[in-house]
Design a protein around this ligand. Structure first.
Ligand SMILES: [Zn+2]
Ligand SMILES: [Zn+2]
Length: 263
C-alpha cells in the first residue's frame, strides 16, 4: 500500500492519495487548486484520469477547493465523488456542474469498492454537515484517515484500532493555540469538542489505536501557526513511550508532497 500526502493543513489545503500494487489510486479530499493537484499527482507519475474516485470528508474549503468551480475537478476528469448526504445538500447550493452519475452519497458505516480498493466511511465530531473519515483497504492493508475532529469517539477508536497505517490529525499545541493572538472565538472553535485534535489528544488516542499490527502513524493537518512538526512528533512519541508502544511516526508537510510507503 502506498499513501501520499499532497498537501496537509488548513492554510494550504488537504489532499491524500492511496493506492496498491494492483489498484488504481483513490483521492481523499481536494482542498487545493486544480493546477496544484494535477502537478502533485504528476510527482507520483499519476494523471487525474488515473484516479478511481474522490472521497470527500466534509465541506470546509481546505478539503473541497477543487470541487467549488464551475467545472469541478471531478467533472473535468469524470471521477465518481463519494461524500455524505450533508455534503451533497451543501454542494447543491453551488452552481457547479457535476453530472448526476458522478454523485455518490455514502453514509457512516457504509463501504464501497472502487477499482479493488475497499473504502469504509465513519462519522467524526466536527462542525460540518455529516463529516466523515475513511478507511481504505488495498493490497491486504488498511489506512485510516481521521482529520478535522474535535475529539476521538469510541466509535472512531474501534474503527481505527490496529490499522496498519494511521493518518491522524495532530492540529495544534494547546498552549501555542491559546497564546496565538487569534480572535478568541476562533481559538474556542479550534479547542472545542467539534474543532480540531490537539497534539495531546492525538497522542492519547494513539495509545489505544496503535497495536502490534500498526506499521506507521502519519500526523496530519498540523496548524502552521500553532504547531511544528517537532512539537507534534515529540508529544506523540513521548506519550507512546510512556505506555511502551513503539511505531514509526511521520508528519505530513503542510504544503509539500510526501510518500509513505512501507516495506
Ligand atoms: Zn481542515
Ligand atoms: Zn474542517
Amino acid at each position: 500500500m502506498y499513501i501520499a500526502s499532497l498537501s496537509s493543513s488548513s492554510t494550504c489545503g488537504n489532499a491524500y492519495v492511496v493506492w496498491g500494487d494492483s489498484t488504481r489510486p483513490v483521492l481523499i479530499d481536494c482542498g487545493v487548486p486544480i493546477r496544484r493537484l494535477t502537478a502533485s499527482l504528476k510527482e507520483f507519475g499519476m494523471e487525474p484520469q488515473d484516479l478511481a474516485g474522490l472521497f470527500i470528508t466534509h465541506e470546509h474549503s481546505d478539503h473541497v477547493k477543487a470541487m467549488c468551480l464551475v467545472t469541478p475537478f471531478a467533472q473535468k476528469y469524470r471521477l465518481p465523488v463519494f461524500a455524505s448526504r450533508g455534503f451533497w445538500k451543501w454542494y447543491s447550493r453551488y452552481s457547479c456542474r457535476l453530472d448526476r452519475d458522478l454523485v455518490r452519497p455514502i453514509a457512516a458505516g457504509e463501504e464501497v469498492v472502487v477499482s479493488g480498493c475497499r473504502v469504509t466511511a465513519f462519522s467524526k465530531p466536527h462542525d460540518a454537515l455529516e463529516p466523515l473519515g475513511f478507511i481504505v483497504e488495498c493490497d491486504g492493508e488498511r489506512a485510516g484517515f481521521a482529520m478535522d475532529l474535535g475529539h476521538v469517539t469510541e466509535e472512531i477508536t474501534s474503527c481505527l484500532r490496529g490499522l496498519e497505517h494511521l493518518v491522524l490529525e495532530s492540529n495544534h499545541d494547546v498552549e501555542m493555540e491559546k497564546r496565538s493572538g487569534r480572535p478568541w472565538h476562533l481559538i474556542q472553535r479550534v479547542l472545542g469538542r467539534l474543532g480540531h485534535l490537539s497534539n495531546d489528544q492525538a497522542a492519547e488516542a494513539l495509545c489505544d489505536l496503535v497495536t502490534d499490527t500498526t506499521k506507521q502513524v502519519i500526523l496530519a493537518h498540523l496548524s502552521t501557526e500553532c504547531n511544528t512538526p517537532e512539537v507534534a512528533r515529540s508529544a506523540v512519541l513521548g506519550r507512546l513511550a510512556e505506555v511502551g508502544k513503539k511505531v514509526p511516526v511521520r508528519v505530513a508537510p503542510a504544503r509539500e508532497t510526501a510518500l509513505y510507503s512501507y516495506s
